[in-house]
Design a protein around this ligand. Structure first.
Ligand code: SAM
Length: 461
């Protein structure tokens, strides 16, 4: 290890920045997050650094650098565009045992600044020692995506109760178990949601309990999106990875299921059309039973749980039984299909409104407000409309839309099996048959469909 990673206490630290262009300004910005005293010396000063000086955040010496500027400094950043001067300052700083960093010149850096994920008081610093900056950026993005945005609140919370936990549990192992339980459970969830008071209450109850084992469970109603795992939200992924148990539907893709915590029990309750594998009331009861047994239950649904997902019904049952829950929205199939097929659902020249409707057939008809739907400057997205396609076309024409209105069908939207066909009311049924369109599929009706030819960005459809 060429570079020794340390976190430096910046209280009473004097730091000099030589140069005051935009590169120097970035370093000053970073330093301003700390409590170091910052002095900048340079004959020419950019607006950003000028502004810092005006606001009293830094001391600005508006002239050329001289060796005397190093006196009383413990650290120096060199960011001038004169390489000879940079080398000279480096040598002078080293001779005076002052930590020196010449920006973008690793051989002249006694220390380097790492890439930072800043969730104060939690700070993650990573470095490749200057050899693989792109890999570093990639890893940092990965870290950003798995660490909750407000994890800093958890840091503050832990700090507040460190002493009490130490007094309550004698052994390090006991303390570790206790903290792991807190950090993976509903107390941490409350902290992350900003419910500090609720979290504190739960924490103290847990701390003072004689039996610190399992507490009451909870249900997370999570939208898994339309299929592409990259469309999951960070929160969905986080909750999936702490689940004791996952109850999932047919529309949840295997790739998404792969992301659930390995040891979690996985229960399939998917419904195929006209073949309810598990009746809805049984699903509701299952969620209640598992949560009351102390489990963290993830109820994973395709798309968004509140769009034709019966999520509301499941929550009502949870409320009746006093089971706590959270809801995580997902990208609904209409949004996923529209984006991945290059069909904007609204457009100034085509559609001023968009309606999501169910095309589900009941007794061979679809009970909808057809007059309200058949508007020329409106986009309609039909879910579950594959078998009702003929009725949909017929009713929309009957209520005033032209026979030539553009219509699209998107099968398995956002997945690698996505298929898109377009046509008009006149020919879409034949085209769907020829293309062998199967569920899950969406129907998009309206002038926006004509944009598909121009905006289709996926080579597979
Ligand atoms: C019971 S609804 C569930 C909708 C889901 N809650 C959502 O927000 O997308 C099922 C219907 O959604 C549509 N659907 C879901 N995922 C789809 C996908 N990847 N591609 C096309 N249609 C999809 C189909 O019309 C399917 O019949």
């Amino acid at each position: 290890m060429q570079y020794f990673p340390i976190f430096l206490d910046t209280t009473d630290l004097n730091c000099l920045v030589v140069g005051a262009g935009e590169v120097a300004a970035r370093k000053v910005e970073l330093l301003l997050k700390t409590s170091a005293s910052i002095t900048v010396v340079a004959p020419i000063v950019c607006d950003t650094v000028q502004a810092f000086a005006k606001e009293g955040k830094i001391k600005l010496i508006n002239r050329a650098y001289g060796e005397a500027d190093l006196s009383n400094q413990q650290m120096v950043f060199v960011a001038t565009d004169n390489s000879e001067l940079n080398t000279l300052i480096h040598d002078q700083a080293r001779a005076q045992k002052i930590l020196v960093n010449v920006v973008d010149n690793t051989p002249l850096c006694q220390f380097i600044t790492p890439s930072i994920v800043d969730r104060a008081p939690i700070t993650i610093a990573i470095s490749s020692g200057g050899v693989a900056p792109v890999l570093l950026r990639y890893l940092r993005q990965k870290l950003e995506s798995v660490i909750p945005h407000n994890v800093g609140l958890l840091g503050q919370f832990s700090n507040k109760f460190r002493g009490s936990v130490k007094r309550r549990f004698k052994s390090v192992t006991e303390r570790r178990y206790f903290w792991e339980d807190v950090l993976e459970g509903d107390i941490a969830e409350s902290v992350l949601q900003g419910n500090a008071q609720v979290a504190q209450q739960k924490f103290l109850t847990k701390l003072n309990a004689t039996d610190t084992a399992k507490t009451r469970g909870e249900v997370y109603l999570v939208g898994a999106g339309p299929g592409d795992p990259d469309l999951l939200t960070f929160k969905a992924l986080r909750l999936m990875q702490k689940a004791d148990l996952v109850v999932y539907d047919r529309l949840v893709s295997p790739e998404i299921l792969e992301l659930v915590r390995r040891d979690a029990e996985k229960i399939y309750v998917g419904k195929a059309k006209s073949k309810h594998s598990v009746p809805q009331n049984e699903i509701n009861d299952l969620l209640v039973k598992k949560a009351l047994a102390g489990n963290r239950v993830v109820r994973l649904k395709g798309g968004d749980p509140f769009i034709f997902g019966r999520g509301g019904e499941e929550l009502e049952t949870l409320v009746e039984h006093g089971v706590r829950f959270q809801v995580v929205p997902g990208i609904t199939a209409a949004n996923g299909a529209a984006s991945y097929a290059g069909i904007p659902l609204t457009h100034r020249d085509h559609a001023k409104s968009v309606v999501f409707a169910t095309g589900h057939l009941q007794d061979n008809s679809i009970n909808l407000n057809w007059q309200g739907l058949a508007q020329p400057d409106q986009t309609i997205v039909f879910y579950m409309g594959l078998t009702g396609l003929a009725i949909i076309c017929e009713q929309l024409v009957k209520h005033g839309l032209a026979n030539t209105t553009p219509i699209a069908m998107v099968q398995s939207a956002t997945t690698t099996h996505q298929k898109v066909i377009t046509g008009t009311f006149k020919d879409i049924q034949q085209k769907a048959e020829d293309a062998g369109i199967k569920p899950p599929a969406l129907i998009i009706v309206g002038s926006v469909v004509s944009l598909h030819k121009k905006l289709n960005w996926r080579s597979d459809s």
